[in-house]
Design a protein. Sequence first.
Length: 265
Amino acid sequence: MKLAFSTLGVPGLPVPEVVELATAHGYHGVELRAHPEEPVHPGLGRADRERVAETFRSAGVEILAVSGYAHAAGPGPDEPVVAELRELTALAADLGARYVRVFPGGGDSPPAEADATAARRLAVAGPYAAERTVRLLLETHDSHRTGAAVARVLNAAGPVDAGAVWDVMHPWLGGEEPADTLAALASRLGYVQLKDIASAEDTTPLPLGAGVLPIAEVVELLSRSGWDGWLSWEYERRWYPQAAPLPDLLGPARDHLMRLLSDAA
């Protein structure tokens, strides 16, 4: 498996410094948070996109995903959401990223309605992504926190090549066992987001292995299933400024993951 980390842990950090962190600590790739407050976002011009892509390419670091904030199941008309998905897809294609992360964002909508809305929008935006060798991935998050919930949407979207991001925290908070999450998503799994927290009541990010999330179990399940994709550490310091700075934790986190992978082999 390959290892990545999310720039959510180092908000606003210039691209060259992100690449330097990846190379210095042995990470194969990076999830780029695509928000206007970040150096990389859909408003970036062509020349700047080319510079970002070349900076990563010349360092041998892959841009795993563009992590957008489109809400596939959100209320309102479809077209603004589909347009946002297309903008994120175009950014990912220009950067050479293989995935676009998508949130459900169904809010208080009845589950069946939220499922149908998200499936419809993914079905419309998916072909645009496929033409650009990019895949839309719906994350286990908010209104669809379990693998079963995300699988419902993907199944309803039909033959479009959309997939899933397994954020290990949200299915756990939703009471879904890791084996059940994997069973629900295995055939559509793009990559896995790892993180750690103190408890269900305190989701302040902790160093990997220092909290309660079943990271070792997830890695073992993935290894035993023969899955050989990406593990990405999402350290949510953007929302928890009191958390320890990410750069000091990147090396120990990589070592921890390598031990888990070795134990699971």
